[in-house]
Design a protein around this ligand. Sequence first.
Ligand code: NAD
Length: 478
Amino acid sequence: MARMFINGQQADAASGETIEVRNPANGQLVDTVPKASAEDVDRAVEAAHRAFRGWADASPHSRAQLLYKAGNMIRQHIDEIAGLLTAEQGKTLRESQIEADRLAENFDFYAGLTNALRGEYVKLNEPDKYGMVIKRPLGVCGAIVPWNFPLTLMANKICPALAVGNTVVVKPASTTPLSTIRCIELINQAGLPEGVLNVITGPGGSTGEALIRHPKVRKIGFTGETGTGKRVMELAAQTVKRVTLELGGSDPCIVCDDADIDAAASAVSVGRVFNCGQACLAIKRLYVFESVYDEFVEKLLGRAGRLKVGPGTAEGVRMGPMHTSGGRQGIEDFVADAVDRGAKVIFGGQRPDGAEYESGNFYLPTVLVDVPDDARVWHEETFGPVLPIARVNDLDEAIGKANDSPYGLGSSIWTRDVAKARNGMDRLEAGYTWVNALQVAHDELPFGGTKESGYGKEHGLEVLDYYTEGKSIVVAGV
Ligand code: NAD
């Protein structure tokens, strides 16, 4: 059994209860983890609370050194971590290695920002006094992480939180706790003082809610579904906790008549099937100008035809299984709904044939065309490898359709025309717009959705504002 990590030590649930973790490629048991109750959550939060003052008072340089060391510990164990991540999540080994590597890079990036906090000096009207605004860490931060990118989305929270002096309790999704537990052990072995970084495991509705309700937790960094995010916000309000919410998305991509069609087809195919389409930043709706539609679709299908689906550990596989059978059923329902309304499936639209696929949650990459405007795929988040494509006549129509969504996470536009690109940058309702580029988030830029896709930012220098608060000071007599 894998165990939680609380106050620098491995820990079981006080109740002795456990949860099974199963492999999405074959349904086999990978391991079990403790099912933490409110009592276990309290132990972790108390440990983090005790560790807070010492960590907050440590010099930025000493925190930076530990964060660099933590990144190196992760780097030395990439293959082991990637193996665990593929076994519990389903993604390909290559995708898992990229994710583990990104975790290490994140530690480097935020190690470089431990001394980036800045305050203000303010001249006051009373000449014998002056004012200042200083930035202080918040205290214990809870990090609640989903299953699709367990390490990346943990990194987005723990690295900035630790860099500026907070302590953290992480709660991974109950289906992907193993790689997280291992990473947190390794990060602690880099020399973090005990209690600075802890992990508890268990279901969202009990373990997650206990973390949010805990009065000594001052901030919740949450990534997950929009519906869960609303619940997190509601619960956090009871103790007026700060929240950052990174929620669902239905990212539109526009391919204009003057686009580099090869590059766009390549980015769209990667952007839709990476992580088996289970990415918040996946391209989920595609709008292609009529005059380049046939050429674009032909190139996209050529790429889809070469994509090998199979277990994440198998040689040459580019797309693993979906994470859960329920998630696959959800995608099958989306496709059935679109087809019932008149859409055509021009690629995939079913589970792959063959005995090797029978015990896993496999589904083929799927392309839908002639999809009526009222189909669910245009209005809800499709969290799997299905792409609806619509023809559009001009940019106004494309942007109008792109913005017709409750979500506003990412968006992209492919064009060589400066005016069209500017139009997309200004008018697409999203937290991020990529112009002629694959939808990938960069540490240097703030990331976070608008509308129902989120609240607050991760990444960039802006994230530091979400893990500190300003305090006003008036000084007299000195
Ligand atoms: P989810 O909301 O079901 O779960 C996310 C986490 O919250 C898990 O750890 C879960 O155990 C916990 N949780 C569930 N209910 C809870 C509750 N009542 N109180 C506290 N914690 C609770 O999401 P998921 O299915 O794991 O992840 C997929 C979703 O995440 C998709 O909607 C996707 O778009 C979104 N996502 C968003 C981003 C982003 O940066 N905006 C990134 C990745 C994923």
